[in-house]
Design a binder for this molecule. Structure first.
Ligand code: 13P
Ligand code: SF4
Length: 302
């Protein structure tokens, strides 16, 4: 199937079925270019809740589509490949979190949005990388359970001064960034700033000029005085950064930072998904109802 044909057919099906295509900043370039809206986890959750459409084709990973379904239960949410899952989200289960709550009775739970609906149902407030510090600061408690990302938790704990009971999860892509990657890039580009995602390990965050979510990187790039930026996150973000800031130079901290699950989505799968209206992502009503309050609180924090 030719790319031009697929793009045209997807456009036709979208109109016919009143569908909208949402894509995460880590999606392949051709998917980002085709999408109606590209954003970070928080922006995409908001968009899913407010967009007028009967069908949402979610180009991202499973927990994102699940979150969209919980926020927009009346819409059909399609994920072009059900194998596109986030390994970090799968590192903690509902049982694990129930066990953790037993170990720390009475403590509030903050869960990163990179979790399954089952985990969100056991959570008080969700957060994304762009509002985690604000969410945790907003709670009056000094000690909080935080799942599943140990790196984001460490960053939030430093920023807020709160004691977090941490689950030992991590993003395998961001975990692989090392200080030597940053040092090597800084040698080649001495004038460049370093921007890192909070899912990176401490040794990388320590060398970064700024810690930002993917959406924050997109918003801050045009405002920044830096002409060159070394970016420590998944390489998919470079497409938008370069497209929207032609006068600046962006370098990946590591070319190997590719999330294979994000890259499972492609034009052919989007076309088939729209045509057949499957695979659909559903969430059991009792789980969705319990998870919704925690997600609703998250979307209120910018
Ligand atoms: P953000 O888009 O919220 O920065 O999150 C990055 C991520 O890893 C999503 O899986
Ligand atoms: Fe999950 Fe990491 Fe991929 Fe994001 S980049 S979807 S956190 S594995």
């Amino acid at each position: 199937m030719k790319k031009e044909w697929l793009v045209e057919e997807i456009g036709r099906l979208k109109k016919e079925k009143r569908a909208v295509i949402l894509a995460h900043n880590y999606q392949p370039e051709e998917v980002q270019d085709l999408a109606d809206f590209v954003g970070d986890s928080l922006e995409l959750s908001r968009k899913a809740a407010e967009v007028e459409a009967e069908i949402i084709v979610f180009c991202g990973v499973h927990f994102m589509a699940e979150t969209a379904k919980i926020l927009a239960p009346g819409k059909k949410v399609l994920l072009p490949d059900l194998r596109a899952r986030c390994p970090m989200a799968d590192m903690v289960s509902g049982d694990d979190l129930r066990w953790m709550k037993e170990q720390h009775p009475g403590k509030k739970v903050v869960a990163y949005v990179n979790t399954t609906a089952e985990v969100k149902a056991e959570t008080d407030v969700c957060c994304t990388s762009s509002n985690a510090v604000k969410v945790v600061s907003s709670l009056p408690e000094a000690e909080i359970i935080f799942v599943p990302d140990r790196n984001l938790a460490d960053y939030v704990s430093q920023k807020t001064g709160k004691k977090l009971y941490i689950w030992d999860g991590f993003c395998p892509i961001h975990e692989d960034f090392r200080a030597r990657h940053i040092e090597k890039m800084k040698k080649s580009h001495p004038g460049a700033e370093v921007w890192a995602h909070p899912e990176c390990p401490a040794e990388v965050r320590l060398l970064a000029d700024r810690i930002l979510s993917t959406g924050q990187m997109i918003r801050e790039a045009p405002k920044s005085e830096a002409r060159e930026i070394i970016v420590a996150t998944e390489v998919g973000i470079l497409h938008r950064l370069r497209k929207e800031n032609p006068g600046k130079k962006f370098y990946p901290a590591s070319e190997k930072a590719v999330c294979p699950n994000m890259k499972r989505i492609n034009l052919k799968k989007i076309y088939k998904t729209l045509l057949l209206e499957k695979p659909e992502v559903t969430v059991e009503a009792s789980v969705a109802d319990r998870a919704r309050e925690a997600i609703n609180q998250m979307v209120r924090f910018i």
